[in-house]
Design a protein around this ligand. Sequence first.
Ligand code: DGT
Ligand code: MG
Ligand code: MG
Ligand code: MG
Ligand code: MG
Length: 260
Amino acid sequence: MANSKYEYVKAFEQPDLLLPNTWIVVRIDGRGFHKFSNKYSFEKPNDRRALDLMNAAAKAVMTELPDIVIAYGISDEYSFVFHKSCALFERRSSKLVTTIVSTFTAYYVHLWASFFPETPLSAPLPSFDGRAVQYPSVQNLRDYMSWRQVDCHINNLYNTTFWALIQIGGLDAKSAEKELAGSLAADKNEILFSKFKINYNNEPEIYKKGSVVFRDIAQSKTQEENDRKRRAKARITVQHVDIIKDEFWERRPWLLSNKP
Ligand code: DGT
Ligand code: MG
Ligand code: MG
Ligand code: MG
Ligand code: MG
């Protein structure tokens, strides 16, 4: 059967294969969530329902895409990590990114009512952008994860202090901003403690550390079960723990190990 005269247009499609043997991070981020969070009256600085919804959508994405080894979420963003040996969609960048973005968005909308039963969604509906970045070494990947978690800490310390100054201290936004201009972490801790008797260390871990989603393999599983089977069976868990220090990774060697 002869090709149609139109088929030449296929040659305009450009390949976008990600490099082999590199860790792939797909990071998605809510579009215009500054406005979105106001529209739905998200609590400031942190809305637990909004974060739980993000985490539930991320868990659903990981359930549908077993190639994802770990995910990390803060604010309106989530990073999904594919193993360096991942061959899903032939490692086509746009196919990986768009699948994650649309799956995540679909679940975010689908699960909305369970987390915000009082406030139905209305147009404009939430949407997310996404990009894929490749990291050649475990060190680079861990530095990426550390970068996001440090960001979480810096933003949360700032926001916690900023909103305490406003909500408890009675300042307006401009004055609060001025008070915090040029301040160091120690200064913010001091403001929180001396003015508001808030010990930042006692703030909820989910706000301080963000959310780490991964498959927790029970240590006691029989050894005959091969890695793949164990991974498939593993429970997906959400934890608010330090992923900067070695301990998290050393205790869970299966997360970044070489796969058969
Ligand atoms: P973008 O990403 O360029 O489309 O624009 P935005 O507005 O999404 O900006 P982004 O992603 O840099 O910042 C996230 C916004 O979402 C930020 O303005 C605060 C808001 N947000 C995220 N989580 C919460 C929350 O738990 N509570 C409140 N009140 N706001 C939140
Ligand atoms: Mg942004
Ligand atoms: Mg955003
Ligand atoms: Mg964001
Ligand atoms: Mg198709």
